[in-house]
Write a protein that binds this ligand. Structure first.
Ligand SMILES: Nc1ncnc2c1ncn2[C@@H]1O[C@H](COP(=O)(O)OP(=O)(O)OP(=O)(O)O)[C@@H](O)[C@H]1O
Ligand SMILES: [Mg+2]
Length: 464
């Protein structure tokens, strides 16, 4: 006797609920009284279930033409080519994998195949080694960076930039609403002093000038706001005392030019708040610039690679921000039209924002042993139980890739070997000329201020 419930359980346990053939067989079994036929249906379903257990995936990789597509590897069982369209990067990629699982190797692969420029935010000096293969790669150790976060991108209204700067600064350095407001007012004041609201200002204030105006009596404070003033000043001052030199320019390197080339920003060694601030302000600059230029739907402009993506897309910030989504996530949701791609990786998906998980079309799962971490990502990939079992047994360089609404596919990722021999010395030799060619404009002090806010010379950064 074969009863219908038995068959349904079989289908359910094998993860065949969405299989049209299995559903047809179930229907046929329900509609017949013929025991012989029911037996045959059961056998057929058992065969399907056994097959599904061995191969929990339909290996149907996306069909892309070789032109402008990135080769990631071969499907695990059927050895089919797995590629990603380059333009699809603008819908963002999220890679998760524990340490040593192959995240950086995957990034090497994608970077070296891209025809559009990329930036990498690098904390571990991983990508400098690519200078062995890519002669035009620009590597910027943070000590070589010159950046004025107070200079609005071309075409961007200064008031808009004031708000973005204040918000990102406050988020990165932990200023709450009142102090953020104070920072905004101070920034507007210093913008006025430098005539930023005119068509062509002759120079831009730096955060030294900002710290000075905060310290001065030019912004009247009452009993309540004196605390804001203090807190804001004490977020800025330690920056000036430590890494201020990086920001001590009327105009830093021309970011619009950097966007046209492959750049590695080495931010390791900086404290995490700075790392976050630098990544966020650069991303915001590019986003706002492309938005202001009206760059819409023109394909991939720049791919930004961010390892340890939780720095940029932190669930803690998501929970903290009363308005809901932190600025970064908001920008990322809209970045697609601007051709700005995020290729993110992290070991701990539980610490990533929900909107990052929701806003990344392609998810690449590498080995993740920790159950909690695994569940966090398996859920957002809609893996069924068998696929999930399989994914928990992945080896280094093996992945399950899921793009959009397509079914997940197991892929053996391409290995990429790069000689890890670029020391500081070798880097300097290779990059010296490139560094010297980068243009910047010295600080222009307007007003009766100290040359830097502490009176002490800030650390010299020439010792790289
Ligand atoms: N696709 C691959 N095929 C074969 N071996 C690989 C592959 N990817 C990575 N490996 C091996 O695993 C090692 C670690 O890889 P990788 O540095 O990319 O890991 P990771 O996830 O970036 O680690 P971490 O989190 O520590 O930075 C590599 O040196 C390489 O030997
Ligand atoms: Mg790595």
């Amino acid at each position: 006797m074969v009863d219908g419930e038995q068959l349904q359980r079989l289908v359910r346990e094998a993860g065949l609920e969405d299989d049209p053939e299995a559903q047809q067989l179930l229907k046929a079994a329900a509609e017949t009284e013929n025991q012989h036929l029911r037996n045959q249906i059961r056998k057929k379903l058992e065969q399907k279930a056994a097959k599904k257990t061995q191969q929990p995936f339909n290996e149907n990789p996306p069909q892309n033409s070789a032109l402008n597509s990135i080769y990631l590897g071969q499907t695990h069982n059927q050895d089919k080519v797995y590629t990603l369209k380059e333009d699809e990067l603008t819908q963002h990629i999220l890679t998760t994998g524990q340490t040593g699982s192959g995240k950086t190797t995957l990034f090497y692969n994608v970077m070296t195949q891209l025809s559009s420029p990329f930036w990498a935010f690098d904390r571990k000096q991983d990508y400098r080694h690519l200078t062995n293969q890519m002669d035009d790669l620009l590597v910027l150790p943070w000590k070589k960076l010159k950046l004025n976060p107070l200079k609005p991108p071309p075409g961007v209204n200064p008031d808009r930039w004031v708000n973005i700067f204040s918000l990102l600064f406050s988020q990165s350095f932990g200023l709450l609403t009142g102090s953020e407001g104070f920072l905004t007012v101070a920034t507007v004041k210093i913008y006025l002093k430098y005539n930023l609201y005119q068509e062509q200002p002759d120079s831009y204030p730096t955060i030294y000038d900002l710290a000075n105006i905060i310290r001065s009596d030019e912004i009247p404070v009452g009993k309540a706001s004196v605390g804001y003033k203090d807190r804001t000043y004490w977020r800025l001052n330690p920056i000036l005392m430590t890494v201020g030199e990086m920001f001590n320019y009327s105009e830093g390197y021309t970011i619009e030019d950097l966007m046209q080339r492959n750049v590695v920003f080495e931010i390791g060694g900086l404290n995490r708040k700075f790392q976050r601030f630098i990544q966020q302000i650069l991303f915001a600059y590019v986003y706002e610039y492309l938005l202001a230029q009206g760059m819409r739907d023109q394909g991939l402009q720049l791919a930004v690679f961010a390892d340890e993506a939780k720095q940029l897309f932190s669930v803690y910030l998501e929970k903290q921000t009363a308005s809901g989504m932190p600025e970064m996530d908001d920008m990322m949701g809209k970045a697609r039209q601007m051709g700005l791609a995020v290729v993110a990786a992290d070991q701990e998906p539980t610490k990533l924002t929900d909107s990052l998980k929701a806003n990344t079309k392609t998810k690449i799962l590498l080995p993740v042993a920790d159950q909690k971490q695994f569940q966090a990502i398996a859920e957002s990939m809609n893996l069924d139980r068998r696929q999930s079992d399989y994914a928990q047994r992945l080896d280094t360089g093996e992945a399950v890739i899921q793009a959009g609404n397509s079914e997940p596919v197991p892929v053996d990722l391409l290995n990429y070997q790069v000689k890890q021999d670029v020391t500081d010395e070798k880097l300097r030799e290779h990059q010296q000329e490139k560094w010297q060619e980068l243009e910047y404009v010295e600080r222009d002090i307007k007003g009766n201020y100290y040359s830097n806010s502490s009176g002490k010379n800030s650390t010299t950064l020439d010792d790289f």
